[in-house]
Design a protein around this ligand. Structure first.
Ligand code: GCW
Length: 695
């Protein structure tokens, strides 16, 4: 019996192997190659180089240019290419990162960097992307919409990741890298090659900076041994055009010493107006730049969720940020100061209004190398939020959006939820990417993000990357990393085109796969909103881990603004949070036409109805249904959509390798169960208020 079993298994196995041998699909793919699983050329492609230095004599290529050449030699299958760049010092510092592609008279291609040599690398990946997705190569001029396109890693020095769902940190593991290298050099080498793969993936989508540690920052990050690790990481990432940045704890001077200040001992205060504190930060900045000459700057979460900040000394955010900015300015570093602040003043202040209340009075008071980093919505990365009105209220201060790639509130790495549609919705509300295609203006020109007073333009995405084989936990979560980079480069791209590109490169270009899966991706975020919190409901998650439903959440030890019941306010008279002019007045923080639109339940988009209004269960929706009926229908629609994804995926079996097929399948089944749980739990909970009305 045993023997038979073995033979049977072997036969089955060989059948499976045959199927895949003929269909070019590997039997097992762990997804580690991301969207870069290109076929290596048998013979290296022809690539020529024409480099000058400040317009004159030829120079040897930088590492960045070498990478561009190697990528093309290995993977390019089109016409011969000439790479051209003037890599003088001036270009490196001031030139843009764009590139031009032209057809030469001999039929070859010319790829020319506009300024910095990294333009050649971006141009190389641009060409390879067109090749891999079967698109024509036409003359083109490309430059990124946002100057700084950053990932934010919420990685802790002990290797854990806050809101990380794909394993442990790729950067940190309890001890500084130098200690790890001394303990096991081969592991250390492996680590460097992983970081190089990370850098390559980022460069391929235009990401040019990364914040290496959690915004809930450990002061130890600035200790000399860890700064040495930062140098090691920066050295690996630099050739790929990626600068490193650090999150800093505002009270670091009280925990860590720095040479030349207070005898190298920590200080007794972190008051930004104390000259010793300013001297400490200057000395720290100098130390960092000695190790990492192109260090990008600091990201700061201050006076929020228990983090220290200038408020501890009755100083403003501007006073805190400016002190850090002065330390970085001589090195051309920047401060990204987060606007995600709220205190425990529920009942007194609506949490979604806090950022405007706190930052508007400071508009124009920040140094020119400070940029305010603002989450897309005013609350906290919910499945759907209106945009943050702070974008409408600062006129003399540069601002950058913070998006969340890691799906903290969108099913984490267990649900297939493609976020590009959500980000496009946000860009549209802000007017990003609305400049006409033929215009010479940048994509952010018509939006509040373009500040006449400042050349700073940036966008950040909270990363979903960890040590899991496939980097992101869910194979489809890779698409969110990819889409973030693509949109940061060009917010005019459609979410659909990005999904198609990603599917083609990551799985197969077979239309039987790409078409249905593009539809799945495109509808997946709305499905998630439907089965979790439709019609503008928000923050009804289980406390702490933010995964399952808990509309009944009312923990007595929590401040109101963490409690689901405070957000949905369901009772016999109705449901929703009145933020209109008859409520907390949050609608008044918006620019027109949004202020007026949002203020009345008659004109408020239905998708945001309960965000802005408290309405009776019998309120009539546009289609004539009652609010209560509509709510139930949305929950059901969300579940129906996930049911359809499970079915669609079953049809995809012939196009996907065994491992990824199985892993996605398992997760979709899980998502299906979760969606049903959300529907049943929420409807059952809300029914107790809605039902007595005879609905
Ligand atoms: O959404 C909340 C998260 C926290 C996070 C915080 C922030 C890093 O639940 O985990 O802390 O936002 O953005 O600072």
């Amino acid at each position: 019996m045993k023997k038979w079993n073995k033979r049977w298994t072997m036969t089955l196995l060989s059948l499976v192997v045959c199927q895949f041998a003929f269909s070019r699909i590997p039997v097992i793919d762990d997804g580690h190659q991301l969207w870069l699983s290109m076929l290596h050329n048998q013979q290296l492609a022809k690539v020529q180089l024409s480099l000058t230095y400040d317009g004159s004599s030829t120079v040897s290529p930088s590492k960045t240019v070498e990478i561009a050449i190697n990528e093309l030699r290995r993977y390019w299958r089109g016409a011969p290419i000439t790479l051209e760049a003037d890599c003088g010092q001036k270009q490196w510092e001031q030139g843009d990162e764009g590139f031009t592609i032209k057809r030469k008279t001999d039929g070859g291609l010319l790829l020319k960097a506009h300024g910095r040599d990294v333009g050649l690398l971006y141009g190389a990946y641009y060409l390879l992307r067109l090749q891999e997705t079967g698109q024509p190569i036409n003359p083109v001029e490309q430059r990124p919409a946002f100057g700084l396109r950053l990932l934010n890693h919420w990685d802790n020095l002990d290797g854990s990741i806050e809101r990380g769902y794909a394993g442990r940190s790729i950067f940190w593991n309890n001890s500084p890298l130098s200690t790890q290298a001394a303990a096991n050099s081969s592991l250390f080498t492996l680590h460097s090659s992983l970081l190089e793969e990370y850098a390559r993936a980022n460069a391929s989508i235009g990401i040019n900076g990364t914040v290496l540690n959690n915004v809930n920052a450990s002061p130890r990050m600035l200790a000399t041994e860890y700064l040495d690790s930062v140098r090691t990481i920066a050295d690996v990432l630099r050739p790929y055009g990626i600068r490193v940045y650090l999150s800093v704890n505002f009270a670091s001077p009280m925990k860590v010493g720095v040479e030349g200040v207070n005898g190298g001992k920590p200080l007794a205060t972190a008051d930004p107006l104390d000259p010793q504190v300013a001297a400490w930060w200057k000395a720290k900045a100098n130390e960092i730049y000695r190790l990492v000459p192109d260090f990008g700057g600091f990201l700061v979460k201050a006076n929020s969720e228990g983090q220290p900040g200038p408020g501890d000394y009755k100083r403003t955010h501007a006073e805190g940020a400016n002190m850090l900015a002065d330390a970085l300015a001589p090195h051309k570093g920047i401060v990204m100061w987060r606007a995600f602040v709220y205190g425990y003043h529920a009942g007194v202040e609506d949490r979604v209004m806090k950022a405007v209340n706190e930052f508007k009075p400071l508009d124009g008071k920040f140094r020119s190398n400070v940029i305010i980093q603002i989450k897309n919505g005013p609350l906290d990365f919910q499945p759907r939020e209106p945009y943050s009105p702070l974008f409408d209220q600062l006129h003399q201060t540069p601002m950058m959006p913070e998006l969340q790639i890691t799906q903290e509130y969108l099913g984490q790495s267990r649900h297939l939820v493609y976020l590009a549609t959500m980000w496009k919705e946000f860009f549209e509300q802000l007017g990003v990417g609305t400049a006409p295609a033929d215009s010479k203006q940048t994509a952010v020109a018509n939006s509040p993000l373009s500040t006449l007073h400042s050349p700073l333009s940036a966008i950040a995405g909270v990363a979903n990357i960890g040590l899991d084989d496939n980097w992101c936990g869910h194979h489809f979560s890779q698409a969110n990393w990819y889409a973030f980079g693509r949109l940061a480069w060009d917010p005019q791209l459609s979410s659909r085109d990005i999904a198609r590109e990603w599917l083609c490169q990551t799985f197969t270009d077979d239309s039987h796969f790409v078409n249905p899966m593009t539809d799945v991706m495109e509808t997946s975020r709305e499905a998630c909103v439907d089965y979790m919190m439709p019609l503008g409901l928000h923050h009804i998650f289980k406390g702490d881990h933010h995964y399952g439903p808990e509309p009944e959440g009312n923990q007595p030890n929590f401040p109101d603004e963490w409690k689901p019941v405070w957000y949905h306010k369901a009772e016999a008279g109705g449901i929703g949070f009145n933020r209109s002019s008859t409520g907390t007045g949050a609608t008044a923080q918006y620019r027109e036409p949004y202020r007026t639109l949002y203020d009345s339940p008659e004109t408020c988009p239905e998708q945001l109805l309960l965000w802005f209004h408290h309405l009776p269960w019998t309120f009539l929706m546009a289609d004539g249904k009652t609010l209560w009926q509509s709510l139930q229908d949305h929950y059901q629609r969300g579940v129906d959509m996930v049911d359809s994804y499970v079915e669609t995926w079953q049809q995809m079996r012939p196009y996907v390798d065994v491992r990824r097929f199985r892993e996605v399948d398992q997760r979709l089944q899980h998502q299906q169960q979760n969606a049903r749980e959300w529907r049943d739990h929420c409807i059952q909970y809300f029914r107790q208020f809605a039902q007595p009305l005879g609905e």
